[in-house]
Design a protein around this ligand. Sequence first.
Ligand SMILES: Cc1ncc(COP(=O)(O)O)c(C=O)c1O
Length: 337
Amino acid sequence: MTSTTFVQSNNNNIIEGIGNTPLIELKSFSTDKVKIFAKLEWFNPFGSVKDRAALWMIKDAEERKILKKDKSIIIEPTSGNTGIALTGIASHLGYKVEIVIPEKVSEETKNILRKLGATLHETSDDLCPRVGAGTDQSIALAYAISKPRPDTYYMPNQYDNDSNYLAHYQSTGPEIWKQTHGKVTHFFTGCGTGGTITGTGTYLKEKDDNIQVVAIQAQKNHLLQGLRNFEESAKPDLFLRREKVVDEWYTATNEKSFEMVKTLAEKENILVGPSSGSVMASMYDHIKNHNEGIFVGIFADDGRKFQSLYLQQNLFSAEEYNKYLTNCRLLPSLIYQ
Ligand SMILES: Cc1ncc(COP(=O)(O)O)c(C=O)c1O
């Protein structure tokens, strides 16, 4: 088994830099029999796993001639990463972007979006008390803006767009299969729209039906940006269509996820986003029940968007955060320049 070295992809062509992210072994967690690997999705040019879905959705709309250069506005409800990816890719290709976003998303995320050129529409739980989770309100608002103006607006709708699934079926899945030389036994990922789990999980199971697919949801009332709790918030249609790919569910608590964020910084020298802490918590809990295996978890984004959250949660002091920021293996990603 080889783990990819930390080489920055050639971003002269930004679009070509999407995918082929490194898979690294987390040696402080691996045991003699169970090897733990993380796929570092923040190596994508716009900093997260969502670059893949955004690219596939935009390309699909271009192929279907829905988008017109310098005229179309892409509008999307998102808790951050899809918005960042869509804005980065769309600006590169000559489209404007408007993002509908729950106001509780971190300020760092919103600032990145504004800097990349997106217009933000914020939704608040107070305005929409019935659902409360934010994202569902964002979907409704994005529809309200875009539906009456089909000549101007295009809403990819990651929650129901099969290109989101296909992105992972055609890229994340094959990469993991290749990087583990077909030896992966368990696949772990957090779930937002369900694109990552259904696309990657379907591909891997087609290769080897014994591969176990573990879906991670957040606890209720959570602080784990990018994840959902599926009692609080409905499962998206995209997910429902291929839900049977999931073998097992794991519910990540804020507490365990943040604890793992800290452990990963201390022991593995990586500063991850909260949802990677959730994935790590799930892999860690599974180690004791398995005598052998090759576990692969998706680490969807890094910790650079979460300084305010981490300090507010007393996870790190400002000095610690800066130390990890300096020492950790992070890329000088486009979105932090
Ligand atoms: C920050 C973040 N964004 C997105 C995702 C994946 O979401 P989706 O189910 O929409 O593919 C995850 C999953 O871990 C995540 O942590």
